[in-house]
Design a protein around this ligand. Structure first.
Ligand code: VGL
Ligand code: ZN
Length: 207
């Protein structure tokens, strides 16, 4: 049972969005090739889905600017520009993504007092989204992940997948992903590898 997990391929993380990842839209054709390949028994897409005024937004912290470190519920928190607010265009999937054939959409980031980079649980690791139980229930044995952003939501999701889905082979598809910061991307790939995530290319996934 092979599953594909597409992380946050949303307008907000593509050029023109509120938290654009450089070349974020370039993952769309690669993701579509994977989606349409017939190689996957199950396709899941995650969606960053914040209420207006979410605590990860700099705008919710007087005096804080985007990309400064602030605090949220007593813990250090990157202050982000307002992004992916529920039911706005910024939160919609990229219009070119073949989302119509996705089997399940996992929304995350709804709790205003904690951020949720991972599609599996909040950053404080207290609340689960239910995605791990869903994938376990489907009998998934290989989980391929890709999307936006490599150094945040993709990395946290991949590491949680290894930890929360014992026995599942977890693979990060590098060319179907883009990150916010080049140094952050390098560190994220090293960290994923160290934690047991296989680093592959889309041609490996399609082989
Ligand atoms: C993300 C920052 C804030 C992501 C989401 O999808 O990588 N990054 N919210
Ligand atoms: Zn977010």
């Amino acid at each position: 049972m092979k599953a594909l997990l597409l992380i946050d391929i949303q307008n907000g993380f593509c050029p023109g969005g509120n938290l654009p990842v450089p070349d974020g839209d370039q993952v769309v054709p690669v993701a579509n090739t994977l989606i349409d390949s017939g190689k996957y028994d199950l396709i899941v897409a995650s969606q960053d889905w914040h209420p207006a005024g979410h605590g990860s937004f700099a705008s919710a912290h007087p005096g804080k600017k985007p990309f400064e470190i602030g605090t949220l519920s007593g813990k250090p928190q990157m202050m982000w520009p307002d992004h992916c607010v529920q039911n706005t265009k910024d939160a919609e999937f990229h219009p070119g993504l073949h989302v119509g054939v996705v089997d399940f959409i996992q929304q995350k980031g709804q709790n205003p007092s904690v951020d949720s980079y991972s599609a599996f649980r909040d950053n404080d690791q207290a609340a689960l989204t239910g995605l791990a139980a869903f994938l376990r229930g489907k009998g998934v044995s290989t989980l391929d992940l890709c999307g936006l952003a490599t150094d945040y939501c993709v990395k946290f999701s991949a590491i949680d997948a290894v930890e929360m889905l014992p026995g599942v082979a977890v693979r990060f598809i590098e060319d179907a992903s883009r990150g916010i910061d080049p140094n952050g991307v390098r560190a994220a790939i090293d960290e994923m590898r160290t934690r047991g995530v296989a680093i592959i290319r889309s041609r490996d996934a399609l082989a």
